[in-house]
Design a protein around this ligand. Structure first.
Ligand code: GCU
Length: 630
């Protein structure tokens, strides 16, 4: 039950927040396990709150005013000194200043500026912004009347790429990373009555960032996921992990972490439908380990994705979650789900709606994408190449679809730059902290097609170490590159020694040779690990028909899929695949004026929702694989 506590100016929703200006108890600054001390965060960012949607919150989504600012006039003065670092602190667009009198000089005005829908990338909301890369300022106004003794958290689901956030003209902090959530503790910073939040969003690409300048997806900028304001009691449940222990169907292990005024409390964890109710006592730092025997439980599987109501209560706070319980591990060349060998019947997808241009917006279009995967008879998806939204993972939990989750450590990263590593490590950590209770997530992927070199091996090796240290209950992998010598395809990437899967991309028949020659390829895989093909595919313009040797035709793509199945059948350890890709997607790298027009056409479904011939070929193959693994 959400306590309504906020009234939005001129918009829907909720009752008022009640507070007095009395000093709020500053929250105990709790450094949660696995959250790096440093990282590309700002000063005021706080550790990620687990399950924000399960807290008392209101949404600040809606129409935000925006100002396009390609020269960052709202951030730097004419000497290129940041306004928010200057003594006056005045002058930036973040103070939403109105002219004091007719002689006053102000060269911007949010009230008179256009609006855009938030959450929503800006590229798909205005013609002139389709290819825009730079800064846009966004402002939302709202009324509040915060209560004494409560904590208030301003949460952003994602802002691509760099965000500077201000509340009522005061800087809260900054964040880098276009696909992971971040939040600020705004306790004591909300005004009684009128408030406004301003975000400087900048999607400019840079070599030393994560991702770097070179990607094969559209650089959608802006506030692309929810903006929420949450209210928490004086002492609150900040984080928890409630999952089956590694390889143990009879024990739940994890932790609960409290923060706030009195973090040392008795906390009860209940799973009523499983007959579980246990009480633990958090220590002075607010933390308590969980180790709970499991008598009888319906384990989560794609066929029966059972989710349990899990309730945590302590210190005057309570939070509920829906959690599935399963184990995932490898044994030799097998992948075991709840101890049973499975085949990952997958497909890859981007976080993009082909029918309504832009990032996926909410449950509706996410369900459409996963429903298309279901129609392929998939039990698995690769959410490429970056963290998708929390809603997408909760939907995968509900629909019974296993997930490969990934961070955008993609291609030619600045391997020697320590700040680049910190950024990658923070994005990986934030992804894992957010989704650690999602049964659907079975793989943490630390990157895609990163060219082998000594500095890359060190960088990626440290990322693999982070992933293993943070979560020993899931697999750690990457989409590796292979080494071709003639028809010999060698999978011998040294990074694989630290990974659980021999997973790699291969483009036999498209980038390598053609349909005619691809059956000559032989895979030489140096690892006794399950083999998962993370990408193969071909472009096809839906409706373009020709013979099977004519590239860009549906027939070529279809013949390639059939050849792939024949070629891959020769790999004894093959245990899954995610062909590239479910749906055509936008990319600035795809210039062919007739076949592409800024679209990558490897989708099995076109940009207007039509299924190509290869869609049905893959479906038939998965029907056979399902029978084989029954
Ligand atoms: C690469 C890459 C994808 C890209 C694909 C393609 O393997 O991982 O992001 O879209 O190839 O070229 O279509």
């Amino acid at each position: 039950m959400k306590s309504a506590f906020l009234r939005l100016a001129g918009a829907l929703c909720a009752a008022a927040v009640y507070c007095c200006a009395a000093a709020q108890q500053p929250p105990v600054d709790v450094q949660l396990a696995g959250q790096p001390a440093a990282g590309p965060r700002a000063d005021a960012a706080m550790p990620q709150l687990q399950n924000i949607y399960g807290r008392s919150h209101v949404s600040l989504n809606g129409r935000w005013n925006y100002i396009i600012d390609p020269y960052e006039m709202g951030y730097y003065d004419y000497r290129h000194t940041p306004f928010d670092a200057s003594e006056s602190g005045k002058g930036g667009f973040y103070d939403d200043r109105k002219p004091r009198d007719k002689g006053d000089w102000v060269e911007y005005n949010f009230d008179l500026s256009p609006t855009m829908k938030i959450p929503g990338d800006w590229n798909s909301q205005a013609e002139k912004l389709q290819l825009y890369e730079g800064t846009i300022w966004l402002r939302q106004s709202f009324e509040a009347d915060p209560k004494p003794g409560k904590h208030y958290v301003l949460y952003f689901g994602a802002v691509n790429y760099e965000a500077h956030v201000y509340l009522n003209g005061k800087k809260l902090g900054a964040h880098k990373g276009g696909f992971t959530p971040f939040q600020f503790d705004v306790t004591g910073k909300l005004a009684k009555g009128h408030n406004f939040v301003v975000v400087k969003a900048d999607n400019t690409r840079h070599q030393d960032e994560i991702p770097t300048v070179n990607t094969d997806w559209w650089n959608y900028g802006g506030i692309t996921r929810d903006v929420l304001l949450a209210e928490l009691p004086a002492t609150y449940i900040a984080d928890y992990k409630v999952q089956l222990a590694k390889g143990n169907l009879k024990r739940i292990e994890g932790y609960v972490q409290l923060a706030g005024a009195q973090p040392s409390q008795a906390v009860t964890v209940s799973i009523p439908e499983a007959g579980i109710k246990t009480t633990v006592h958090t220590d002075a730092s607010g933390r308590a380990a969980l180790s709970i025997p499991v008598a009888k439980m319906a384990y989560w599987t794609p066929e029966h994705p059972k989710l349990y109501q899990v309730e945590l209560a302590g210190g005057g706070d309570q939070v509920q979650d829906r959690i599935g319980f399963r184990t995932i591990e490898t044994r030799g060349q097998d992948i075991l789900l709840n101890g049973k060998s499975i085949f990952l019947r997958g497909i890859a997808l981007h976080d993009e709606n082909p029918l309504i241009p832009g990032r996926l917006r909410g449950e509706g279009d996410m369900r459409m994408m996963l429903q298309w995967a279901r129609e392929l008879n998939c039990n698995y998806v690769r959410l490429a190449h970056y963290p998708h939204s929390e809603e997408m993972l909760r939907l995968a939990d509900e629909m019974g679809i296993l997930v490969w989750a990934e961070v955008p450590v993609y291609w030619t990263i600045s391997w020697n730059n320590p700040d680049t590593f910190k950024n990658a490590n923070a994005q990986l950590t934030d992804l894992m902290v957010r989704d650690k209770n999602r049964a659907s997530v079975i793989v943490w992927s630390i990157g895609n097609e990163t060219p082998v070199s000594a500095p890359r091996n060190v960088f990626m090796g440290k990322l693999a170490a982070t992933a293993h240290a943070l979560d020993d209950t899931r697999l750690v992998a990457a989409a590796l590159e292979v080494h071709r010598v003639g028809n010999e395809v060698e999978v011998a990437d040294p990074l694989a020694d630290q990974l659980d899967l021999a997973s790699f991309n291969e483009y036999a028949g498209w980038y390598w040779a053609s349909n005619k020659e691809m059956l000559n390829y032989h895979f030489n895989i140096k690892y006794n690990k399950p083999v998962v093909i993370t990408e193969f595919g071909a472009d096809a313009l839906a409706g373009y028909h020709a013979d099977a040797d004519t590239r860009w035709s549906e027939e070529y793509q279809d013949a390639l899929y059939k050849n792939q199945f024949k070629m891959l059948a020769a790999i004894p350890g093959l245990r899954g695949m995610t062909p590239w890709i479910l749906v055509d997607f936008r990319s600035p790298r795809r210039q062919h004026p007739y076949f592409q027009d800024f679209w990558n056409r490897k989708g099995l479904i076109s940009d207007d929702g039509k299924k190509k011939q290869a869609f049905f070929t893959l479906k038939r193959y998965y029907d056979e694989m399902q029978k084989k693994y029954q």
